[in-house]
Ligand binder design. Structure first.
Ligand code: BG6
Length: 473
């Protein structure tokens, strides 16, 4: 049995659902200038410079599903499903349009205040990601994004404003969405665009270090402002399996896992693990660690470990085994035992339980699954219905798996917020047609559609899951 206070809910991110990019005094952010189409990946990866909007590209985040104007309607639907929590993110440029101002933008602060109050009307506890792939364009142009330590200071200013203003309205906070993404998609992970001749590894690890330090300061400030605040890290998780039992494959899988766990090792244990220090030394990377950094990291570890889980990953040391599968920006070897989604993401419910056990064994802190789900093409029937049994099957199997982790393995799990509880723009592809939601939104990949919201079959199913606390699957 899950605890009676288990936090069932759903998750979104500002840039993928809010829209209203130039309203309420909001400034331009990296996520706004990330186009749909073939240029998206090079932009995400920091390989193609795009710091302005142009007429040749379509930018899906500018309007998204326009939650900026629909949030009351949407939160009402979440309330109807019985959500206990709603994970959303703050658009940094709503609060500080350029990022380096001294005073925040009142209109932006007011918007989220209204939104949080709306959540509480339905007994929904907000779970707030402070930055979900979000960095003001001005900070990129002027300072080079997170490669610059100055961003630690701007981030401290942002979080101080948020924790003070929303004291009593929000108590669950995540500092950086999928912090390990910075190594794979540095433009959205850290506002980084590479210039000719850049030492990319040096820049990525420096930016990662700056975010780790900023995250520790945020944890410190959150606890000082309100001891009730609970601050979590957020990992794009999914354990690596060795492709075979060849020791080289096992060793490779261990090392690839460490690339991800490195971040959480720092955020949860408070210091760089030895293997990371050795790697940085070998690769002659200097992240600019100061004595003060060491102290703040050590003294301000996170309260809980949150993560996204879509699939496990597979590793092989054999260069011949090179059939990769798609999967959340992290390319991985295709696992022959698993089926895949229409986008090639492999489906592995037991992998969730395995990942949870790895995380819990390693950190012994409460876990929170803040993303999970199936991106699929939905068909709206003439009666306005979406019969998404495939989504229900996916979620049912994953819920069973995490319930086993709780009941049979004794893992402390605070909650579950499946991704894109309302259809939104895909981060990886910029498509609307890659849908995750319980709520269908009438909008297509080119931005056409009425934005009308309709309940899918999974809406009623999830409502029953929540009201039975996971017993009625
Ligand atoms: C996670 C991100 O990586 O995966 C989300 O935190 C993202 O922002 C989600 O949307 C699903 O990925 P995609 O590419 O299908 O949108």
């Amino acid at each position: 049995m899950l605890d009676k206070n288990f936090l069932w809910g759903g998750a979104t991110a500002a840039n993928q659902c809010e829209g209203g990019y130039n309203e309420g005094g909001r400034g331009l952010a990296n996520v706004d200038v990330t186009p749909h189409g073939k240029d998206r990946y090079p932009v995400l990866a920091g390989k193609m410079k795009m710091l302005e909007l142009d007429d040749e590209h379509y930018y899906p985040a500018l309007k998204s599903i326009d939650m900026y104007h629909h949030f009351r309607e949407d939160i009402k639907l979440f309330g109807e499903m019985g959500f206990k929590t709603y994970r959303l993110s703050i658009g940094w440029t709503r609060i500080f349009p350029k990022g380096d101002e001294l005073e925040p933008n009142e209109e932006g602060l007011k918007f989220y205040e209204e939104l949080f109050k709306e959540c509480h009307k339905y007994g929904i506890e907000p779970l707030v990601t402070i930055t979900h792939f979000d960095c003001p364009i001005h900070l990129i142009k002027e300072y080079g994004g997170w490669r610059n330590r100055k961003l630690i200071e701007f981030y401290q200013r942002l979080v101080t404003v948020l924790f003070n203003r929303y004291k009593g309205l929000v108590k669950y906070w995540l500092t950086f969405n999928e912090i390990n993404m910075i190594l794979h998609a540095p433009f959205i992970g850290g506002g980084i665009v590479f210039e000719e001749g850049d030492n990319e590894a040096q820049i990525k690890f420096t930016a990662a270090h700056n975010q780790l330090v900023a995250s520790a300061y945020a944890t410190k400030i959150a606890h000082e402002i309100d001891p009730n605040n609970k601050v979590g890290c957020m990992l794009a998780a999914g354990n690596y399996y060795p492709y075979t039992c060849h020791p080289e494959d096992v060793f490779k899988a261990m090392n690839l896992d460490r690339e991800n766990y490195f971040f959480i090792d720092v955020q949860s244990r408070g210091e760089y693990p030895k293997y990371a220090l050795k790697q940085l030394e070998r690769e002659k990377i200097d992240v600019g660690m100061t004595e003060e950094d060491k102290k703040v990291l050590k003294e301000n570890t996170v309260d809980f470990i949150s993560f996204s889980y879509y699939s496990s990953r597979t590793a092989s040391a054999d260069p011949e085994v090179n059939k990769t599968t798609a999967g959340n920006i992290f390319a991985s070897i295709k696992n022959p035992y698993l089926k895949a989604s229409e986008w090639g993401w492999q489906i592995d419910p037991l992998g969730l339980r395995i990942t949870m056990n790895m995380l819990y064994d390693r950190y012994q802190k409460p876990l929170f699954i803040v993303e999970n789900g199936l991106g699929a093409k939905d068909v709206l029937t003439e009666n306005g219905e979406v019969i998404d049994d495939y989504r229900i099957d996916y979620l049912r199997a994953h819920i069973k798996s995490f319930m086993d982790a709780v009941e049979l393995d004794g893992i402390e799990l605070w909650g579950y917020t499946p991704w894109g509880c309302i259809d939104l723009v895909s981060a990886g592809t910029g498509e609307m047609s890659k849908r995750y939601g319980f709520i269908y939104v009438d909008r297509d990949d080119a931005g056409n559609g009425s934005l009308k919201r309709s309940k899918k079959k999974s809406f009623t199913w999830y409502k029953n899951v929540i009201s039975s606390n996971g017993e009625n699957l």
